[in-house]
Design a protein around this ligand. Sequence first.
Ligand code: ATP
Ligand code: MG
Length: 155
Amino acid sequence: SSKEQVDMMKVINDTLSLLREKARKKSISLESDLPVSLPLIEANKDQMSRLMINLVDNAIKYTPRCGKVKVRSYNEGEKLILEVEDNGMGIPEKDLPRIFERFYRVDKARNRKLGGTGLGLSIIKHIIEEHQGQISVESKVGEGSKFIVELPLNA
Ligand code: ATP
Ligand code: MG
């Protein structure tokens, strides 16, 4: 996929605008913690939007009413860091190694009413690999989840 110089500040703000209504319907506060400026990154802009939308969509979806979702981004050396944190239902430790697999969904019972195909995170993983980046997750059942993405400024 073709790469260009991408302004992640804009990608993040567009994602927040797009998903604000979805968060509002669940009375979830959608917050951001962003620096005054971020360096541009060499990336595919559509894929960066897809990445942010899928992460923030999950955070809203798997967080109960009146919860909180926070997006952070900052520059660290030759990398750009993106963090999406929620105080939602969390992911059991035994499922963590598998959530990036295609069609994998934690606990079919809890997920049935939320809907979805189990593809969001596998798409994210593919996008991050195309950009020589990394993704990690910290999560605790009943407390919340934090997805951390590291992307090189020059892919
Ligand atoms: P789709 O994204 O295709 O609509 P999905 O959200 O179920 O479906 P993924 O985004 O791939 O699929 O996520 C896989 C599973 O990981 C989810 O079913 C959910 O159980 C778990 N998960 C993902 N993000 C979170 C989160 N922020 N909090 C709790 N669980 C999560
Ligand atoms: Mg999803």
